[in-house]
Design a protein around this ligand. Structure first.
Ligand code: FAD
Length: 488
C-alpha cells in the first residue's frame, strides 16, 4: 500500500494553499492532494450560475504568497478559478494533485500510527496510508444543495433550477424568472439574469443586510502600485477596513443599520427600505451581502427586477402563490435557498473502526480536533475572506509538524480539559449553519479552544503560539506496510 507523510483532501483555495505551505515549509515530506473533481478550484469550479463572483475582496481572498493582480477587487468566479489553477501550476502544487480521486473513508489506526484513507478513483476503491490527514474539503455538500421542501414545486410546469447545478444551456431571454432567496447567491443572480430576462423577481421570506461597494476599489488599486510592498499594503488595507466595519456592526448595531440604510436612501423610498431592506437580525449576525457597484439596486430602480418580501403558500403550475394572496407568474424558478453543510467532505471518519463523533468534540485553534490524532481541518472566516484563516491554518500545521520532526514525535493529539464551555463553531445565525451545527465540532470558551473570527490575533497564534499547549505527543513508530484488519 502506498504511504505518504501527509494526505490533503481537496484542491480548492484551501488545498492549493496547503500544498504551497507543505512544499515550502516541509520540503522533505511526501504528500498528495486528493481531489474528487476533474478540475481545480472547488467552489469556484462548481458554481457557474450567471454573474457568479466573490463577495469579499480578492486582495484578501487571494493567496498572500501569490497576490491577486486582477483589476477588480470583487472578481468573477471563472477568473478566481483560473487564478487558483495558475497558482497551482506556478508553485509546483499542480503535480501533487490527483484528480477524480474521492476520499470515502479515513480510519485512524492507533497501533500503526497512521490513517488508512479509502479512495475511489479510476482503479476503483483502494486504500492509501498517511501519517497525517489534512481536510481541505470545504464545508458543504457538492452533490446536493439545501432542499427547503417548497410546497407544490413538483407541479410547476416551467423549469426549476438550483444555482449549484446551473444548466449550461439555460436561456432566460424573454422569460419571467423568480429567484427564491435573499443571500449572496440571489443578490448576485438577480441583476445578472435581469440583463436578458423579461422580468426577474427576487422573492425573499425576510430581508438581508446589504452594502454597495465598488467592484474596483480605488484605494487598493493605488496601494498596489507602491513598489515592493504594494500587495501587502492592499491586503492589510482590506483586512483593516473589513474588520473595522465588522467590529462597528457588532458593537453599535443601530448605528451600523443607519449607515447601511443611508446607502439606500437615494434610490428607495422609506416603505421599500422598511419592507425589503430591514432584516429582523442585527448587521453581521449573518454574513453581510456585498452588492458590487449597487448592481442589484440599479436593476430594481430601472424596473428590470423587483423584490418581493413574502412567504410562499404554494407553487402552482404557472408560478408562485404567496401568503398575501399575490401570484407571481413564472417561466423559471431559481431556488437560491442555500447550501447543505457537510463535514469532512462526506468521508466516513473512524478511529480503529469506531465512528468519530465530530459534534461531541472541540476544535483546537480552529483547526485540530480534541481526541483525534494527526488530523487537521482547514476552515476559513465567516466575517472576512476565507483564505486569510485557511493560510494561517496551513502555516500552523507546518510549524506543528516541524516541531514533531525535531523532537522525534510521530503523533499529536489535542486534549480538551473537563468542563470546557461549549459554543457553536461558527458564530453566525445563518440557516445553513444552524441546520448543521450538531455535525460540526464545537469551540470552547478559552484558548486554545476558541475559534476567533479575527485575523490579527489569529496571525500571532499561527506564527508564534506554543504548539505543545494542551497537546500530547506520541512516539509509536509509523507502520507503512499492509494494514492490520479492524472491525467497523
Ligand atoms: C457561491 C459562493 C461564493 C463564495 N464567495 C466567497 C467570497 O467571496 N469570499 C469568501 O471568503 N468566501 C466565499 N465563499 C466561501 C468559499 O467556499 C471559500 O471562499 C473557499 O472557496 C473555500 O475553499 P476550500 O478550498 O476550503 O473549499 P472548496 O472550495 O469547497 O473546495 C473543496 C474541494 O474539496 C473537494 N472535496 C470535497 N470532499 C472531497 C472528498 N471526500 N474527496 C476528494 N475531494 C473532496 C471538492 O471537490 C473541492 O474541490 C463562497 C462560497 C460560495 C458557495
Amino acid at each position: 500500500m502506498e504511504h505518504l507523510d501527509i494526505v490533503v483532501v481537496g484542491a480548492g483555495l484551501s488545498g492549493i494553499g496547503a500544498g504551497y505551505r507543505i512544499l515550502t515549509e516541509l520540503p522533505e515530506s511526501t504528500f498528495a492532494i486528493l481531489e474528487g473533481r476533474e478540475r481545480i478550484g472547488g467552489t469556484w469550479d462548481l458554481f457557474r450560475y450567471p454573474g457568479v463572483r466573490s463577495d469579499s475582496d480578492m486582495h484578501t481572498l487571494g493567496f498572500p504568497f501569490r497576490p491577486w493582480t486582477g483589476k477588480a477587487s470583487i472578481a468573477p468566479g471563472e477568473e478566481i478559478r483560473q487564478y487558483i489553477e495558475d497558482t497551482a501550476r506556478e508553485t509546483g502544487v499542480l503535480e501533487k494533485i490527483r484528480f477524480r480521486t474521492k476520499v470515502v473513508a479515513a480510519d485512524w489506526r492507533a497501533a500503526e500510527c497512521r490513517w488508512i484513507v479509502t479512495v475511489e478513483d479510476e482503479q476503483g476503491r483502494h486504500d492509501i496510508s498517511a501519517q497525517h490527514l489534512y481536510l481541505c474539503s470545504g464545508y458543504y455538500d457538492y452533490e446536493r444543495g439545501h432542499d427547503p421542501q417548497i410546497p407544490g414545486i413538483d407541479d410547476f410546469a416551467g423549469e426549476v433550477v438550483h444555482p449549484q447545478f446551473w444548466p449550461e444551456d439555460l436561456d432566460v431571454s424573454g422569460k419571467r424568472v423568480v429567484v427564491i432567496g435573499s443571500g449572496a447567491t440571489a443578490v448576485t443572480l438577480v441583476p445578472a439574469l435581469a440583463k436578458d430576462a423579461d422580468q426577474v423577481t427576487m422573492l425573499q421570506r425576510s430581508p438581508t443586510w446589504m452594502v454597495a461597494l465598488p467592484s474596483v476599489d480605488p484605494v487598493s488599486t493605488r496601494l498596489r502600485r507602491v513598489p515592493g510592498k504594494g500587495a501587502d499594503l492592499a491586503r492589510w488595507w482590506n483586512v483593516a477596513t473589513s474588520s473595522a466595519f465588522y467590529e462597528f456592526c457588532r458593537r453599535a448595531p443601530r448605528a451600523a443599520a443607519r449607515v447601511l440604510h443611508k446607502g439606500l436612501a437615494r434610490g428607495f423610498d422609506q416603505a421599500a427600505i422598511d419592507d425589503h431592506f430591514t432584516p429582523r437580525y442585527k448587521p453581521w449576525d449573518q454574513r453581510l451581502c456585498v452588492v458590487p457597484n449597487g448592481d442589484l439596486f440599479k436593476a430594481v430602480q430601472r424596473g428590470h427586477a423587483s423584490i418581493v418580501t413574502d412567504t410562499i403558500e404554494t407553487v402552482t403550475p404557472t408560478g408562485i402563490r404567496l401568503s398575501s394572496g399575490e401570484e407571481l407568474a413564472a417561466d423559471v424558478i431559481v431556488t437560491a435557498t442555500g447550501l447543505r453543510m457537510l463535514p469532512a467532505g462526506g468521508a466516513r471518519m473512524t478511529m480503529d473502526g469506531s465512528p468519530i463523533d465530530l459534534g461531541n468534540r472541540f476544535v483546537y485553534r480552529g483547526m485540530l480536533i480534541s481526541g483525534v490524532p494527526n488530523l487537521a481541518l482547514c476552515v476559513g472566516y465567516t466575517n472576512a475572506s476565507w483564505t486569510l484563516r485557511a493560510d494561517l491554518s496551513s502555516r500552523y500545521l507546518c510549524r506543528l509538524l516541524r516541531h514533531m520532526r525535531e523532537h522525534g514525535y510521530t503523533s499529536f493529539v489535542p486534549v480538551a480539559p473537563e468542563g470546557l464551555t461549549e459554543k457553536p463553531l461558527l458564530g453566525l445565525d445563518a440557516g445553513y449553519i444552524l441546520r448543521a451545527q450538531g455535525e460540526f465540532p464545537k469551540q470552547g470558551g478559552a484558548d486554545p479552544w476558541v475559534m476567533r473570527q479575527s485575523y490579527v490575533p489569529d496571525r500571532r497564534t499561527a506564527l508564534r503560539a506554543d504548539v505543545t499547549d494542551a497537546m500530547e505527543f506520541g512516539t509509536t513508530p509509523v507502520r507503512p506496510g499492509s494494514p492490520v484488519a479492524v472491525g467497523g
